[in-house]
Design a protein around this ligand. Structure first.
Ligand code: WQD
Length: 340
């Protein structure tokens, strides 16, 4: 049985990926420092798959502990690296926390992987590396522009670190997956998104408003040059995103990668405006959403949606769930959380 290390495996995307890995027959080891996740997620994963992943609480900023962990797990066949801080606004206020937690840890993990007999690495990257791309849909060859935030910069720097390391270590095989906007939850409602405090992202704010936890949604700007004046994003169901990680890992494990460093955009290929998301949510939930228009949010790009041709053809992966299905799963998860 192939053994996979998932760092940040109790997080939103990490936990959904662990489920898909286990269902594909992988043995999963999770490292998580629980700074932005809950140990209860472990029970949720186990309830879905019937298999308890091996879990170790570990702060990847502690270099010696990272080295010691890998020394005891030389039989790892692949590493999927989710562990990182990911709040754009927080990164502006606390840049050094982001550079330490997102960059130092990546270096420590990569240095340890280079000591393993098998060196397969999947990196959690983001469409944020493109900034405001000039052309839509966005291809992997779109220029990487100056980051809009320290968070986005850590993803750009992270990709450069991996690319340079792959160039000087041909034993290392890596794939960077550039996520668009992950939303939704597993159909079992046993795992889902657990935002801490006031949600920064659109969909959890919508579901919390509909559940009565928030007074109303502020739509950040309706004067953009788009079909209805609100921003466009590519909202991808988190289960589709999780499945992309399994496909990418299998590409490396089977040696089918075309190069020892590859990047793939992981989105649906369809852009939706904020108002279209609201309309879709009202349709699938049967609830009117309370919202108002508010000023633009600094740092927001006007539009971003993926050209998925490379992922569809080279990776052999395609998103199967649409916006309605993703929003309904998010709403079912919210109702489960609030017992409504
Ligand atoms: C989507 C749209 C907002 C909240 C960010 C990161 C990205 C990734 C996903 C980590 C925008 C609008 C939002 C609200 C609103 N993060 N909005 N009212 O900014 O596209 O991407 O989260 O991996 O790297 O950059 O996602 O959900 O915050 O915003 O109108 O209360 O919804 O203006 O147009 P974003 P988002």
């Amino acid at each position: 049985m192939k053994k996979v290390l998932v760092t940040g495996g109790l997080g939103f995307i990490g936990s959904h990926t662990v489920v898909e890995l286990q269902e594909k027959g992988y043995e999963v080891v999770i490292l998580d420092d629980l700074s932005n996740s809950s140990i209860d997620v472990l029970a949720g994963i186990t309830a879905i798959t019937g298999k308890a992943p091996i879990f170790e609480k570990l702060d990847l900023k502690e270099k010696a502990k990272v080295e010691s962990f890998f020394e005891q797990h030389q039989d790892i066949d692949g590493v999927i690296h989710f562990a990182a801080s990911k709040a754009v606004g927080e990164s502006v206020e606390k840049p050094l926390l982001y550079y330490e937690n997102n960059i130092n840890t990546l270096v420590y993990v990569l240095k340890s992987i280079l000591q393993l007999p098998t060196q397969n690495f999947i990196f959690s990257s983001s469409c944020t590396v493109y900034g405001q791309a000039d052309e839509m849909p966005i291809t992997e060859s779109a220029p990487i522009k100056a980051a809009e935030s320290p968070y986005g910069n850590t993803k750009q720097i992270g990709e450069e670190i991996i690319k340079d390391t792959c160039r000087s270590n041909t034993t290392l095989n890596a794939i960077a997956l550039r996520y668009f906007n992950p939303i939704g939850a597993h159909s079992s409602t046993k795992i889902g998104e657990l935002p801490i405090g006031v949600p920064q992202n659109l969909v959890p704010f919508i579901t919390q408003t509909a559940a009565g936890l928030r007074q109303e949604l502020s739509v950040f700007g309706n004067d953009y040059p788009t079909s209805d004046g609100t921003c466009v994003r590519d909202y991808i169901h988190v289960v589709d995103l999780a499945k992309a990680h399994v496909v990418a890992l299998e590409r490396l494990v089977s040696g089918n990668n075309a190069d020892n460093y590859e990047t793939f955009n992981v989105g649906t290929g369809t852009g939706s405006t904020v108002l279209e998301v609201i309309q879709s949510f009202e349709k699938v939930s049967g609830q009117k959403l309370n919202y108002k228009f508010a000023p633009r949010r600094e740092g927001d790009v006007i539009q971003a949606f993926a050209d998925t041709a490379k992922a569809n053809t080279d990776l052999g992966w395609k998103a199967e769930r649409n916006l309605d299905e993703a929003l309904l799963s998010a709403w079912k998860w919210e109702k489960h959380l609030r017992n409504i």
